[in-house]
Design a protein around this ligand. Structure first.
Ligand SMILES: C[S@@+](CC[C@H](N)C(=O)[O-])C[C@H]1O[C@@H](n2cnc3c(N)ncnc32)[C@H](O)[C@@H]1O
Length: 402
């Protein structure tokens, strides 16, 4: 068995266009039963998990997540209402802006709020465990396929096993086992585990396509080279290539397991995208090389001091008139000031392995970009995102190199 049979059962390397005709996950038998050993196939460009059992479990967990964190009428709404009651009981108005320590003291031991938070966290833990156990059980095949894809084109892969990885990049961010750098199967785990995070809206790279398509282009219309920093498994890097098929497109990530998997997946899709394992603060590209740099949800996972260095590097590798388009928690929203919003940030930081989630609330991205010679428009083009619903189309920060 190789990775293709493991993940798809299909021998063909499909392009995005041909992949749209999905292979059925399992074949119906004349008596109406399902043949569980039939090829698992694709759903569009998404290769189904090799086990129907694990897939069912993951889909159940995704539904639970939607219930735990979605919009009105779910557990989040119940918790939000309960925080209002707690504020009232303590003599505050519903919109009172309390310091973080007071918010925590007010909320931390409330059974209703904590039941909501616990449901969310247990769901997250079970999601990671489900996919990790599955890929660990098939580790040999996964590693063999990763290695075999290394030299498959048309794109390139630059791994750097001697990269000096800073401690801050070794954390198990959002409690993903092994984090981005510590498990050779990290790319598999991240890709399939984040289906839960994105509530299913990254199976066809929808969120990443939403960002890639929203990115503004330089005034002179020239887009020859594009870089995504913090590319993980390359879902936005490939989305950028789809939008700009003639451009030289690079995805860069500190995680070797991330770019390794990104390259394998991109080769499977038959796309010409390049990946490099490197730090966003020291990319190794020449000055003025790129017309556009894009990043999606990496800044909040990095200490502010390192983000300051990254902005310097972004400015260095962009040519004059080049665009930086970062999409992150506070590039289209202000950090929360209300008690419930602050509690959620604290919970994410304390229990979901987000060491810099709190300091990121104070990160002056616009200030750092201005300091390195970029002009900043805080009301720039907004991306269409699906996982939160709330950030659809809101104006997002855009920076242009002078
Ligand atoms: C949440 S993921 C990004 C998701 C991805 N952009 C997408 O479209 O789905 C954050 C990524 O940033 C990477 N990262 C964190 N710090 C980095 C750094 N200093 N340099 C390069 N990559 C970094 C992590 O390894 C991780 O893969």
């Amino acid at each position: 068995m190789n990775r293709r049979t493991l993940l798809t059962g299909s021998a063909a390397i499909a392009t995005v266009a041909t992949a749209a005709a999905a292979t059925p996950a399992f074949a119906a038998q004349p008596n109406g039963a399902f043949r569980l050993d039939a090829p698992r196939g694709r759903e569009g460009i998404f290769r189904r998990l090799p086990s129907l059992d694990v897939q069912s479990n993951q889909e159940f967990l995704t539904d639970i997540r939607a219930f735990a964190q979605g919009g009105r009428g779910n557990m989040t709404q119940v918790a939000r209402m309960r925080v209002r009651e707690l504020l009232k009981e303590a003599g505050y108005g519903a919109r009172a802006e309390l310091p973080m320590d007071e918010v925590i003291a007010l909320v931390e031991n409330d059974p209703t709020v904590m039941a909501s938070a616990r449901l969310w966290l247990s769901n997250q833990q079970l999601t990671w465990k489900g996919v990790k156990d599955l890929f660990d059980a098939n580790m040999d095949q996964c590693l063999t396929e990763l290695d075999a894809a290394e030299s498959v084109g048309p794109g390139s892969l630059e791994l750097n096993p001697s990269l000096d990885i800073p401690d801050y990049a070794k954390h198990e961010i959002h409690i993903m086992p092994g984090g981005y750098v510590g498990d050779p199967l990290g790319g598999f785990i991240y890709h399939y585990g984040t289906v839960n995070f994105f509530l299913g809206h990254n199976k066809q790279d929808e969120n990443q396509i939403g960002v890639a398509n929203a990115a503004p282009i330089p005034k002179n219309g020239k887009v020859r080279r594009i870089l995504e920093i913090g590319c993980s498994v390359g879902q936005m890097t490939t989305a950028l290539k789809r939008r700009f098929p003639d451009a030289e497109v690079w995805g860069l990530d500190v995680g070797g397991p991330m770019v390794h998997y990104a390259h394998m997946r991109t080769a499977d899709l038959g796309m010409d995208v390049n990946y490099r394992q490197a730090l966003a603060e020291d990319t190794g590209f020449p000055d003025d090389y790129f017309d556009m740099v894009v990043s999606y949800i990496i800044l909040h996972e990095i200490p502010n001091s390192e983000n300051t260095k990254i902005m310097k590097e972004v400015s260095r590798v962009l040519r004059g008139g080049g665009i930086y388009y970062p999409v992150d928690f506070y590039t289209s929203f202000e950090p929360p000031k209300d008690a419930f919003g602050k509690f959620r940030r604290w919970w994410d930081h304390r229990w979901n392995g987000e060491p810099w989630a709190l300091e990121h609330m104070d990160y002056d991205l616009a200030g750092d970009l201005t300091a390195v010679g970029m002009s900043v428009d805080k009301e720039g083009a907004g991306a269409v995102l699906y996982n939160t619903g709330a950030s659809r189309g809101r104006p997002n920060l855009v920076a242009v190199k002078a």
